[in-house]
Design a protein around this ligand. Sequence first.
Ligand code: ATP
Ligand code: MG
Ligand code: FE
Length: 338
Amino acid sequence: MIVLGIESSCDETAAAVVRDGRILLSNVIASQIKDHSKYGGVVPEIASRKHMEAIVPVILQALDDAGMELSDIEGIAVTRGPGLVGSLLVGLSVAKALAFSRRLPWVGVNHLEAHIASVFLNEKAPVFPFVALVVSGGHTNIYYVENFGVFTLLGQTRDDAAGEAFDKAAKLLDIGYPGGMIIDNLAKEGNRNLLPFPRAMRDSLDFSFSGVKTSLLVHVKKHGKPSSRQDLAHLAAGYQEAIVDVLVEKTLKAAELKSATQVVVCGGVASNSRLREHFAERSAEDGIDLFIPPPVLCTDNAAMVAVVGENLLSRGKIDEFSLNAVSRWPLDLPLSVE
Ligand code: ATP
Ligand code: MG
Ligand code: FE
């Protein structure tokens, strides 16, 4: 089945064409980073407006890149939540309009399930069950995944998401937005063992990043913002290592507890080079098969939405046109609005 995916939950307007939930035919992503960077975070009202401007050209580009016309599309998948409601509604409305006018089956998809499903676009994909770490701008969750739609939450953050911890650190250091990629690059020039940052909640599968953030704040108050690029790099490397360390150790602990032999790492932070490197080293030691999508499929995209959509549509699920966007939608619980 050829599925058009549409994603607009946050600050990326994206469309993609995927065949049979496995083969990526096109993947177009219009980022709004420059529109939000001067505010140091996503401004919901600006995000919805930018989605409205971008959505039709992005879809047309995705069709064009796939060498297809709308008449070649057999189903539509769109992110329904979680995310910013005003932003989600843009994608959802366009998906409904296309489905209605073309009489196509369509389905609303959970963005977190989509992040996990992005791994099925890898040449070598995992088989159920597996343990998955979803580590992004809004979430840091460990799941036991038994099938599409069958998730058990094993651990989650008690405060900030890991991506948020990167973004807030970059804001504090005044080095740009969003912080993940900037810190990732800077850290390559630094010594990760020079400045010890705390690792919280060692005996739990839950995460907390407020301690490492406070520790950075205390360091900056005491010593001031680093004046040389080298000092900044050491700070970035030490800070990043503390986050990466707990992400890797808790996920592998979860795999051990569930006797899982495969681990999936996904979401925007999964594009972090040190996280990928450290996960690879530690999984090899533990005899775990590791699956991480390429960076472009870790951050928000619509290909991952099409993968989940294809699975739902091919099992006969079609949504009603009355379907609404949802800002909160835990993967492991029934949706309270339904
Ligand atoms: P969610 O998926 O939880 O709804 P989101 O969709 O906003 O949140 P993503 O687009 O999946 O999040 O990821 C964005 C986050 O990933 C940002 O916090 C960003 O800083 C972080 N990120 C991106 N690249 C890197 C990197 N190389 N290293 C660390 N973090 C990164
Ligand atoms: Mg984003
Ligand atoms: Fe996301």
